[in-house]
Design a protein around this ligand. Sequence first.
Ligand SMILES: NC(=O)c1ccc[n+]([C@@H]2O[C@H](COP(=O)([O-])OP(=O)(O)OC[C@H]3O[C@@H](n4cnc5c(N)ncnc54)[C@H](O)[C@@H]3O)[C@@H](O)[C@H]2O)c1
Length: 353
Amino acid sequence: MSPFRAGSLRTVVVGAGAMGTEWLRAIDASPDVELAAVVDLDASAAARAARGAPSATTLDEVAADADFVVDATVPAAHFAVTASALRLGLPVLGEKPLAETLPQALTLAALSSLTGAPFAVSQSRRFEPHLTAFKSSLGSLGPVGSLTTEFYRGPRFGGFRETMAHPLLLDMAIHAFDTARYLLDDEPVSVYCDAYNPAWSWYAGDASVNALFRFASGARYSYLASWCATGRDTSWNGSWRAVAERGTVLWDGDHDPASGSGAPNTLLASISGSLAAFVDALRAGRRPATDVHRNVMSLAMVLCAVESADTGAPVRLDESLARAHAAAVQAAAPDVGDVLRSWPSVREALARG
Ligand SMILES: NC(=O)c1ccc[n+]([C@@H]2O[C@H](COP(=O)([O-])OP(=O)(O)OC[C@H]3O[C@@H](n4cnc5c(N)ncnc54)[C@H](O)[C@@H]3O)[C@@H](O)[C@H]2O)c1
């Protein structure tokens, strides 16, 4: 029997910024979920976003009334917020990225196994209907040999993205990398990445990237992208080309790949789909589709691309994962350390969940 109460599940939203506000709209629109409380380090932001519901500056104060947590904090807070929710036995639906580092990501996977509390990363783009159509149109064409994303836009965000190292890889690329894993139904083994900053760039860090991944099947995935490209923008999902044994499929990222028509998906629709899938999985006692174990490899693609860009050399993902596992074992609490040490290999533990 599901441990969750009948009727709506109650959620605490942690992080009352831009994405927290989107999540609150999705919760308002959901027939399955109601708001228990909003938490933010900034008490007045939490109270404003809660609009009369309880608010607090720490999860501990409001956890007793919650069935699960939505973590929409900044990436630097993801590890601490998710770890404390899992320790309280609360399932977590977290914004990307899973965590800032691979040792943290492996620790959270182990902590989710230890506590039995599910943790899913909301890769909301997986819930876009045009992406599902793109994947099904590949289904009849045999194995995919090469997959390419071109992503070229010139947004002026201001704020942290313009000062951070690797803004495009760390803040954006995970959407495309996770989509590539989904489309190929396969896992990456190595990456070579060249990241650079054109002379006119308004970013301090490298805002342009050419990355080439090799997948286990031998398929190659190329990510050609820039956040300081002006004119002829691609969609936010990028433009895709999949070359398979019996044909090629194109997708502009916004419309149905076969007809080229249909409305672009909205962020609200995507995160609503992600929320509904998470609640269904909780009620059915199933692992969510974007469970932490399954999401680690998307984060690994990002962080190994950064490593390759910084060193100028190709990176084998298994080597990075092995180093991350050793660091996680070293830093973990004894109970989580025991789980990590029991893993036959990182890949096997992640595949098993
Ligand atoms: N899926 C998407 O398409 C998408 C789009 C934009 C952002 N994001 C992700 O959403 C997350 C939030 O981004 P944002 O743009 O809303 O940021 P933001 O800065 O607007 O909001 C973050 C909020 O978290 C709060 N916060 C920070 N540390 C906290 C802690 N320890 N406890 C409680 N509150 C804390 C901050 O006070 C702030 O109000 C990021 O991880 C970002 O990558 C996802």
